[in-house]
Design a protein around this ligand. Structure first.
Ligand code: NAD
Ligand code: 0WE
Length: 266
């Protein structure tokens, strides 16, 4: 029996079979969890429904995280099918494309900042509030996805770095507040992965190559590796862990002198 047998998980952020959320859903399904999904808009509906079917789920509900009414309706609908919720996965982020290239100080706008922080950080608080009643008192777990741009200045990631810093603080405040309800809140900071969110990002190939050459494990991570860590963090195996950001990045973030090559006999 899998280590998530009997658990019910809601997964937000599947857009394709390359989505990190899809790697998480597949790992959770393998470990015995029952799944429900959301889709951002009608364009994604059929794709998400097909992927849901692949892991035995026919629960697919609409939710645009920019709208309070969508979040309220999501949990109203979910409560008509499920009497409780054990796991909530938040794997969504957005900033207007113009914010994600060029000189940070020059390209960052008030409206772009608002949108990035709203969708990528505030939405986690809104979801936590809406999910709280269904998750209370059953060793629930909430998980979100971050990136190292929250703690280091990086080219082009720009205002998304600020939004991820906010998200990581949000994870700690939510862990602090929801802990007494038996709900853990954690984050995974993943290395770069080619998903739709990475499509069209300038020099993404270059970043993948740089990680492959400099990370201690000399590789990039996959959605399967992120999925396995996510399944663990949301399971009772992680019952002592809350408010943490776990790096799943082949070790890239711990290196203090990238590019230095060490002589090494076999
Ligand atoms: P993806 O494009 O597959 O997923 C992003 C998801 O966000 C999509 O499903 C999209 O529908 C959803 N989304 C965006 N705006 C939304 C809104 N207003 N309402 C509802 N949903 C919305 O890309 P991904 O790489 O799997 O991204 C998932 C998460 O992982 C994001 O938080 C991203 O910041 C994070 N992350 C990605 C990488 C990477 O290199 N791909 C690395 C570290 C962290
Ligand atoms: O968090 C992300 C990407 C999130 C993202 C992606 C897009 C592309 C499409 C947010 N908003 C948008 N808006 C769009 O219009 N990652 C960690 C992947 C990523 O994005 C980068 C990166 C990396 C890594 C952008 C610049 C530099 C590095």
């Amino acid at each position: 029996m899998g280590f998530l047998a009997g658990k019910r998980a809601l997964v937000i952020g599947v857009a394709s079979n390359r989505s990190i959320a899809w790697g998480i859903a597949a790992a959770m399904h393998r470990e015995g969890a029952q799944l429900a999904f959301t889709f951002q808009n009608e364009k994604l509906k059929t794709r998400v429904e097909k992927l849901a079917g692949d892991c035995g789920s026919n629960l697919c509900l609409p939710c645009d995280l920019e709208h309070d009414a969508d979040i309220a309706q999501l949990f109203d609908k979910l409560a008509t099918t499920w009497d409780g919720l054990d796991i909530l996965v938040h794997s969504a982020a957005f900033a207007p494309r113009e914010e994600l290239s060029g000189d940070f100080v020059e390209v960052t706008t008030r409206e772009g900042s608002r949108i990035a922080h709203d969708v990528s950080s505030y939405s986690l608080t809104a979801l936590g509030r809406a999910a709280r009643r269904m998750m209370r008192g059953r060793n629930g777990a909430i998980l979100s996805l971050s990136y190292m741009g929250s703690v280091r200045a990086m080219p082009n990631y720009n205002v998304m770095g600020l939004a991820k810093a906010s998200l990581e603080a949000n994870i700690r405040y939510m862990a602090y507040t929801l802990g007494p309800d038996g709900i853990r809140v954690n984050g995974i900071s993943a290395g770069p992965i080619r998903t739709l969110a990475a499509a069209g990002i300038a020099d993404f190939r270059k970043m993948l190559d740089h990680v492959e050459q400099n990370a201690p494990l000399r590789k990039n991570v996959t959605i399967e590796e992120v999925g396995n860590a996510a399944a663990f963090l949301c399971s009772d195996l992680a019952s002592g862990i809350t408010g943490e950001i776990t790096y799943v990045d082949a070790g890239f973030s711990i290196v203090g002198m990238s590019g230095y090559s060490q002589h090494h006999d076999p």
